[in-house]
Design a protein around this ligand. Structure first.
Ligand code: 13P
Ligand code: SF4
Length: 323
């Protein structure tokens, strides 16, 4: 059932400017028995009001175990879709349905199907940053925090297709020594860090350690002192004795780093354009206003054809069991 005003869905311009959106969202969360899950790349205010902030694997785990009736997902479409695959009977809301992902976009299901057909003996491990249709065509889903662990469990003589991130795939191949056939996709955010500007920061901050997400290109990863998923990067800065870090991932995570390590300094690694830091335009489509509206309107929601959902569930469940 939708909450409508004058028989129509409430829009952004109709939000009463005097409303305390934090209080309203908290109230709606209670009324709806909703859980608010947020990724580290969401704007700070959304992270602060979320019940749980995490990386893709942790968010999938939370979605799998929640007792809430409604999942409000502050992240991008493939993340909310994963929550829906795991919870067909729950309402899964995404503040902006256009919050996509360049990796998911780089791998259309029909082309992925042909890729699989041209490698009939290969086992398809697919990064969670893909559509439900691509998940449904995959053998196993992985995230950046469990990819190595999962691949180690696949028999050595089993050839592997890894999709859609060529940078993550190449990084894992290098770490494990395991050859894989890679889909040639990439993340538009992690691919544009400027090697030159990072070197300049290293020169002016000689004690700063470079930490990077494995979606970055190899020239950045080989310079990095630590490589890991968003959660792994956060845990690393919390446990490291070092005091200064250059952060080569989407700048949203710096909010959690500064919150939990106020005595340390975090410098956002700059991209090769005129911006000082690197933001994911898809993640940033979600705003506090849209978050409030999606709860108030109980829309937009994630809807999936049941056949696709059932097929996509299998490789996700396999991931959750193996990781
Ligand atoms: P994590 O799983 O490390 O949070 O990464 C998600 C993502 O989209 C990185 O760009
Ligand atoms: Fe996709 Fe890159 Fe944005 Fe992550 S940062 S959601 S991989 S476009």
């Amino acid at each position: 059932m939708r909450t409508e005003i004058n028989d129509k869905i409430l829009t952004e311009t109709e939000i009463d400017p005097s409303l305390d959106l934090f209080a309203e969202i908290a109230k709606l969360k209670n009324e709806m028995n909703a859980v608010l899950l947020a990724h580290y790349y969401q704007e700070s205010e959304i992270q602060d009001i979320a019940d749980f902030v995490g990386d893709s694997l942790e968010l999938a785990r939370r979605a799998a175990s929640t007792q809430a009736d409604v999942i409000v997902f502050a992240g991008v479409h493939f993340m909310a879709e994963t929550a829906k695959i795991l919870n067909p009977n729950k309402l899964v809301l995404l503040p902006d349905l256009n919050a996509g992902c360049s990796l998911a976009d780089s791998c259309p299901a029909d082309e992925f199907k042909k890729f699989r057909e041209s490698h009939p003996d290969h086992f398809a491990i697919t990064y969670i940053n893909c559509t439900a249709e691509v998940k449904a065509l995959s053998d196993l889903i992985c995230t950046s925090s469990n990819a190595e662990k999962l691949i180690a469990q696949i028999p050595q003589d089993q050839p592997i297709l890894f999709s859609p991130d060529k940078n993550l795939g190449a990084y894992i191949m290098k770490k494990t020594g395991r050859p894989m056939v890679l889909w040639q996709g990439s993340c538009q955010v992690h691919e544009i860090f400027s090697e030159k500007k990072i070197v300049q920061i290293k020169v002016s901050h000689p004690n700063a350690k470079l930490i990077a997400h494995p979606e970055c290109v190899d020239s950045i990863l080989i310079m990095a002192d630590f490589v890991g998923s968003t959660s792994a990067l956060l845990k690393h800065v919390q446990s490291s004795p070092e005091k200064e870090f250059i952060v080569a991932t989407e700048a949203g995570i710096i909010h959690q780093m500064e919150k939990t390590c106020p005595e340390k300094t975090f410098i956002a690694a700059p991209p090769n354009n005129n911006c000082a830091c690197n933001e994911c335009p898809h993640m940033k489509l979600n705003t506090l206003e849209k978050l409030y509206l999606c709860m108030k309107n109980r829309s937009p929601e994630i809807v999936l054809p049941e056949g696709v959902r059932v097929r996509a569930l299998k490789p996700i469940q396999r991931m959750l069991e193996m990781s």
